[in-house]
Write a protein that binds this ligand. Structure first.
Ligand code: NAD
Length: 331
């Protein structure tokens, strides 16, 4: 076996095992920056050696398999991940790819959003009432966690106002605000309970509890950032405007979301949020840029695990291996 093939197989095995720890056990053993480094190495090797591509590679998949303790929920539209950019040059390449594909010369409108570090969920409202909540799972099948989500105060059980579609699937992030996370870990330390490595794992662990009374005691919050399958044509034609509609119906939308023009607007948004990162009441690991016009999103479509019309601009890593190991050591 060639060295490249051996390295690819080793990376796939290692990333599969990190995925299991992260998505199924809610207990990562390495920081995200380390995971991201290995994933980028794998993607680069696979791109350079397309003959070694495998649809089962972790580079082609979303999330982890759903846990059988929860009922399975099939997503009507897949819940995908996001591509990443890590630098100004990669952001420029993203904009160029999008404009070339759309054959556009003028800067496009983008909706810019904080990339909340929590857990993606899908909420289905029928006739304005919350009837189903599910995790992303592997993107096509998630875990039914309706009872747990019903305990989150930020999630309306009934939509406000009028004009909402008969069936509305909302997508967003369940997260744990910093203050709640710190207090929860302090209490756990005092009582000798489980201490979580970071708010993301705390949110995921709290949401995927078999007893919803446990979830109800955890300081979880929710922001929505999009829609899934919608029946009826009550929605606006631009992503930013849809978020304003959702807000009007009582769904929480992050106040930091902004519409900007072109890469320059995205970059300015990125720099502003990065400068204020530590003062935000929740943890974020970057910002997300989405092509605002839905018609253009449709033209751009998807690749295996992510839409072509969006990308996450990741922030430099805060979490170092030593810190993570130290936290684990204290457990
Ligand atoms: P991702 O977290 O990079 O991006 C997709 C997710 O972003 C969505 O599913 C959604 O949950 C979230 N999101 C937050 N704000 C959003 C917004 N405004 N709009 C849209 N989505 C938003 O991708 P992923 O596939 O969920 O996870 C991959 C990342 O998870 C890796 O890059 C790594 O950082 C981390 N990870 C770490 C380990 C580990 O062992 N440390 C293992 C697996 C994954």
């Amino acid at each position: 076996m060639s060295d490249v093939k051996a390295r690819i197989l080793a990376l796939r095995e290692q990333l599969d095992s990190y995925n299991y720890q992260y998505y199924v056990e809610d207990a990562p053993s390495v920081p995200d920056a380390e995971y991201d480094r290995l994933m980028r190495e794998l993607v680069a090797l696979e791109q350079a050696h397309p003959e070694l591509l495998d649809p089962d590679s972790p580079s082609q998949k979303v999330g982890g398999a759903p846990v059988s303790a929860f009922p399975e929920v099939q997503h009507a539209l897949p819940m995908l991940s996001l591509d990443n950019v890590f630098s100004d040059e990669e952001l420029a390449a993203f904009e160029k790819r999008v404009m070339d594909r759309l054959d556009r010369a003028e800067p496009l409108d983008f909706c810019c959003e904080p990339k909340l570090d929590g857990l993606a969920v899908s909420l289905v409202y029928e006739q304005g009432r919350l009837v189903q909540a599910a995790t992303r799972g592997d993107g096509s099948t998630g875990e039914g966690i309706t009872e747990n989500v019903r305990t989150i105060r930020a999630v309306p059980l009934k939509l406000k106002g009028e004009g909402w579609p008969a069936r509305l699937e909302v997508r967003g992030e369940v997260y744990m605000p910093r203050a709640g996370f710190e207090k929860m870990n302090e209490d756990a330390r005092a009582e000798g309970g489980k201490v979580f490595a970071n708010p993301r794992n705390a949110a995921a662990g709290s949401l995927r509890q078999l007893d919803s009374r446990v979830t109800a005691r955890r300081p979880l919050a929710f922001y929505c950032y999009g829609v899934g399958l919608v029946e009826g044509d009550a929605l606006a034609e631009r992503h930013f405007d849809i978020l304003q509609q959702l807000k009007g119906w009582g769904l929480p939308v992050c106040p930091e979301i902004k519409r900007v023009q072109g890469r320059a607007g995205c970059q300015a948004y990125h720099d502003d949020i990065l400068a204020r990162r530590d003062r935000l009441p929740y943890e974020i690991d970057g910002v997300v840029y989405k092509v605002d016009e839905l018609a253009l999103q449709q033209q751009l479509g998807f690749v295996a695990r992510a839409p072509r019309w969006a990308t996450a601009h990741k922030f430099p890593a805060q979490e170092e291996l030593t810190r993570l190991l130290k936290v684990e050591f204290q457990v």
